[in-house]
Design a protein around this ligand. Structure first.
Ligand code: PLP
Length: 468
């Protein structure tokens, strides 16, 4: 399996190289050259596998020669052994049609753990072969940072520099990052929004002065391996609900378009997906793009669902590329235009292809709270604000066939956003025991201005150069 850039002007890479890479050299994102496809019989044969086995089965075609099937199974077994629920991503029924897929049973209480626990092991595996040192640079709206830090803290061949927008992540999110005191963990609070932090990181990936000296890797969902790991739970949920005989719809709370793009990949691989419902909060660039073709970034308004307070959705480029017939020259031109003007217009081909699978919805604060109250009053479920946005979309979507179940991806544990949950339903969810004495531990982070050179100099002064 080889991976190619969405902008068509970077070398093709194998799985090992794409895992260790950041952006492609041409500024694009890597995607598999072709989608592996399972037959109905192959999908039917996945029923009853453990999560670790299913993960190995679904990911094997993407991994290609980079890992033996046995070694891949070792890694998925280790990664998913750290989850607090035996099913890893348990599915819960809310009513006749609505289901919740709980993705927050990992160490840092959000779905990011599902991919990052594995990614940490993949880094270690591939670095051991190369005897190299990796410098992870990432931006987080809260959950990627904590999950990535948990996955690599204390590992010898990795340094991690994680930028979060100062004052715009929840206390639990911040503490899950800043109370990890290992020497290879560097937390940076920058002034500005997540989009500002992400723009700084992207610039560093394109800065030859940095990439020439350091092996810079990504843990954001621009990293292909992350999306690959997320494809698995779409299979897990659909199999439980009767796939491949029965179609399933998914409602996905969306920010950087990584999670829902994994659903798109599952559909390309042959999973019978009736619909992917892209749910946004009032930072609704994706809702506007999918409903009217207008992908234009406004300014970010902070909400109770901070992990979705994003106006530039990195992975949307992958969909533009694939749905637009894989025309790399078109994507390069569209993205160049977007980078210059913060706006691009989808082509009719792109819009028509997206409309066959995607629907979108936007939830404001009132709709979000109403969904939390409904889940609590009608089903006894306490859900976090991000999950609530998707549940709102799941319950209001029109035109689905009657027999199609709708699975809402529950992306965070409600205790990660305890204040918002308390404000919505009057109950404060308890932090699970696995996060321990989070509020008693000392914090460590540096606060920097969002200025690019300041952040770059901070990183290059502390990172370990690549070997050789
Ligand atoms: C990251 C995150 C999202 C958004 O996921 P994307 O892959 O960026 O679209 C939604 N909910 C929570 C809790 C998250 O941490």
């Amino acid at each position: 399996m080889h991976y190619v850039s969405t902008r068509g002007n970077a070398p093709a890479l194998d799985f090992e190289a794409v895992t260790l890479a950041g952006l492609a050299d041409d500024g694009g994102l890597y995607v598999p050259e072709t989608w592996p496809r399972f037959s109905h019989a192959e999908i039917a044969a996945m029923a009853g596998l453990s999560y670790a086995e299913l993960a190995q089965r679904v990911m094997r075609p993407f991994v290609g020669q980079s890992l033996t099937p046995e070694r891949l199974l070792d890694l998925t077994t280790t990664a998913y052994g750290r989850f607090a629920h035996a099913a890893v991503t348990p599915l819960k029924q809310l009513d006749e049609r609505q289901w919740l897929l709980e993705l927050f049973h990992g160490p840092t209480l959000a779905f990011k753990d599902v991919a990052l626990q594995l990614l940490g092991l993949l880094f270690e595996e591939f670095l051991a072969r190369r005897d190299d040192h990796l410098t992870i640079v990432g931006a987080t709206s809260g959950d990627t940072g904590s999950a990535a830090i948990d996955a690599v803290a204390g590992r010898a061949k990795v340094d991690i520099f994680m930028l979060h927008p100062h004052g715009r992540v929840s206390d639990v999110q911040r503490r899950q990052m800043t109370t990890v005191l290992d020497g290879n963990v560097h937390n940076i609070a920058i002034d500005g929004s997540f989009d500002d932090a992400q723009a700084t990181v992207k610039r560093m990936f394109n800065d030859a002065q940095v990439t020439g000296r350091f092996a810079i890797a990504a843990v954001n969902s621009i990293n292909w391996a992350r999306l690959m790991a997320q494809v698995v739970y779409y299979f897990a949920a659909a199999l439980q609900l009767g796939a491949p005989q029965r179609k399933v719809a998914f409602a996905v709370p969306t920010g950087n378009f990584g999670d829902v793009f994994a659903g798109y990949v599952a559909a390309q691989m042959g999973l019978p997906v009736e619909r992917l419902i892209v749910a946004t909060n009032i930072n609704d660039i994706l809702h506007r793009a999918l409903s009217s073709g207008d992908y234009s970034a406004g300014s970010v308004t902070p909400t109770a669902a901070p992990s979705m307070d994003i106006q530039v959705s990195s992975n949307f480029e992958r969909l533009l590329f694939d749905a637009g017939g894989r025309d790399a020259a078109l994507i390069a031109a569209q993205m160049k235009h977007f980078e210059a003007t913060k706006a691009l217009q989808l082509t009719n081909t792109q819009r028509a292809a997206m409309a066959t699978l995607f629907t979108s919805a936007r939830a404001d604060a009132g709709a979000m709270v109403a969904a939390q109250r409904w889940a609590y009053a009608a089903c006894g479920e306490v859900i976090d604000p991000h999950t609530a946005i998707a549940l709102h979309a799941a319950r209001t979507i029109e035109g689905l066939p009657d027999d199609v179940p709708v699975v809402t991806l529950a992306t965070a544990h409600p205790a990660k956003f305890g204040d918002a949950v308390h404000a919505a339903i009057g109950e404060r969810p308890a932090l699970p025991a696995r996060v321990g004495d989070l509020f008693d531990r000392p914090e460590r982070f540096d606060r920097l201005s969002g200025d690019y050179a300041t952040v770059r100099d901070y990183v290059t002064a502390r990172a370990t150069p690549r070997h050789g």
